[in-house]
Design a protein around this ligand. Structure first.
Ligand code: 8YV
Length: 324
């Protein structure tokens, strides 16, 4: 009988996926459900045929640079993989896969939620009610900003960015402007009556809302800095469901405190789960704890997508979502 490949799952997954995994592989679950340290990761790649990490496992050179590497594939549970040092993994001969598509709709749903919450001051309203401070309806109370029909700038027009455009344009009649490093096919833009601009600096002043849907990593670190925040309209909103490092949080906190922009909503943070205390003081900011893909449907589909990638890999086919 063929020996089942050994697999380490670094965090707890939906039960049904863990169950299917255990049927096919020799599975080790990290029952403590906390991120692995670099040292634990080094030990893991010397031991398991496959490691199944998430965004909370910071897999840098020190974690990958082990002398006896047994791991042949890092099948990431999530679409973003900038937490993995792809170049070092490559030199170690380790394949990397991710889970695109299956979380795009839910992440776009959450970006819409954040946009609406920020514009309609839903977080402030909720805090006021819970604190017992509501004195009743009045014409000037918590007056927000209309979303329907406004201009939405989308930074990064991949799968999630396009799902955002679909919702905003077809559901809310928003006008879609796009910044993306490569040129988007005219027939794709036409689906949302969207217009692509050449630079981010050009995009920022045109928008009532700017929503980030680009990858994280060094290349996009602090892409939204004080200069770009200053280019925004003074009543515009910034939405981030991408990666924390894309936004310079200190610059954002200043823009929020001095009201040089209307508000912001963040689902991701630089150095999460630690939250910059200055940000936490801004009333015109909505914050959620990285919930982009957090639905039963998406989290199960992500798990099954990892299973598909493992099956391809161990059956000798190129995995469908191989990124390196
Ligand atoms: C995931 C995400 O929940 O998939 C991603 O890249 O940011 C999240 O929506 C998380 O990364 C799981 O690893």
């Amino acid at each position: 009988m063929m020996v089942k490949p050994s697999v380490l799952v670094t965090r707890r997954w939906p039960k049904i996926v863990e169950h299917h995994l255990s049927e096919k592989y020799n599975v080790q679950l990290n029952r403590t459900d906390r991120p692995l340290t670099s040292q634990e990761f080094r030990e893991a790649i010397a031991k398991y045929d496959a490691v199944l990490p998430t965004v909370t496992d910071k897999i840098r050179a020190d974690a990958l640079d082990a002398p006896n590497v047994q791991t042949k594939i890092l099948a990431n549970y999530g679409v973003g993989y900038t937490h993995i040092d792809v170049d070092v993994a490559k030199t170690q001969g380790i394949a990397i896969t991710n889970t695109p598509d299956v979380l795009s709709e839910c992440t776009a749903d959450l970006a819409m939620t954040l946009m609406l919450m920020a514009a309609r001051r839903a977080g402030e309203g909720e805090r006021e009610l819970r604190a017992g401070d509501w004195s009743g309806w009045r014409p000037t109370h918590l007056v927000g900003t209309k979303v329907s029909g406004k201009v939405l700038g989308i930074v990064g027009f991949g799968r999630i960015g396009q799902e955002m455009a679909r919702r905003a344009h077809h559901g809310f009649g928003m006008q879609i402007m796009v910044f993306n490093r490569s040129k988007i096919a005219p027939e794709v833009l036409a689906q949302f009556n969207a217009q692509q601009v050449a630079t981010l600096d050009e995009l920022m002043p045109l928008c009532d809302f700017v929503s980030l849907h680009c990858p994280g990593g060094e290349e996009n670190r602090h892409m939204i800095n004080s200069k770009r925040l200053n280019l925004m309209k003074e009543d515009a909103f910034l939405i981030n469901t991408a990666r924390g490092e894309v936004v310079n949080e200190l610059a954002l906190a200043q823009a929020l405190m001095f009201d040089t922009i209307g508000g912001a909503a963040l689902d991701v943070f630089d150095g999460e789960p630690r939250i910059n205390p200055t940000l936490a003081q801004c009333d015109n900011l909505v914050m959620l704890p990285h919930l982009g893909s957090a639905t039963r449907e998406a989290r199960e589909a992500m798990g099954f997508r990892v299973l598909d990638n493992l099956a391809d890999f161990f059956d000798g086919r190129p995995p469908r979502d191989r990124v390196a």
